[in-house]
Unconditional design. Structure first.
Length: 198
């Protein structure tokens, strides 16, 4: 099902001159396993920022839906089939809509050529990214949490009153600090868990 979604995205990108590449476990699986890594559960692709913006504005399909950044409280896009559920995901209870089976679409942004400056920006993005996780966890309905998680959620709501839209706005501003192509380095800045390795 994921592969069918990718084929649909691929055709759209080819027909509209949008550049993309397989990424992460999807790319490793294509090379090493000639398909999926057996324990992988989704498809990841990356696009240069200008192509990503065009894709977000123009992608349409008769079969699949698209979630642009912010709609799902994330900084990346997703193409999905919400008529099916492959795995019931407990950790996605914060999502404002069901994405069923999906592929993730990540933008690649230009970053500073100076390593120290890149690390400084990366550290700021990492802090925001962690805040996004905290805020998203408060969106899970309390009745779906045990007592300990209910207490944690209430505490998070009190100590982190800033709206997630403000956090995402700051994150986006740091991601777009350099216009794409104006530096010699680029990176995926949406998910900051491996920001200093990419």
């Amino acid at each position: 099902i994921s592969l069918d979604i990718l084929k649909d995205v691929h055709c759209f990108c080819e027909n509209n001159n949008i550049n993309y590449s397989l990424a992460y476990g999807t790319l490793i699986g294509a090379v090493r396993h000639k398909g999926f890594i057996p324990w992988d559960d989704d498809i990841d692709i990356i696009m240069p920022r200008p192509d990503f913006e065009r894709f977000c504005k123009s992608y349409h399909s008769s079969k699949y839906k698209k979630s642009n950044p912010d709609k799902g409280y994330t900084m990346f896009a997703r193409v999905y089939d919400d008529t099916l559920t492959y795995v019931e995901q407990k950790e996605l209870l914060w999502a404002p809509f069901d994405t069923g089976v999906w592929i993730d679409v990540f933008p690649i942004d230009s970053v500073a050529d100076n390593k120290e400056e890149f690390i400084k920006t990366g550290e700021k993005i990492l802090k925001l990214w962690k805040l996004e996780f905290i805020k998203r966890s408060t969106f899970v309905p309390l009745q779906k949490k045990n007592l300990q998680k209910k207490i944690k959620s209430i505490i998070k709501t009190i100590f982190f009153p800033i709206p997630i839209s403000s956090i995402l706005k700051k994150h986006r501003k740091l991601m777009s600090k350099y216009k794409y192509g104006t530096t010699n380095h680029c990176s995926q800045l949406c998910c900051a868990d491996n920001i200093f390795k990419e």
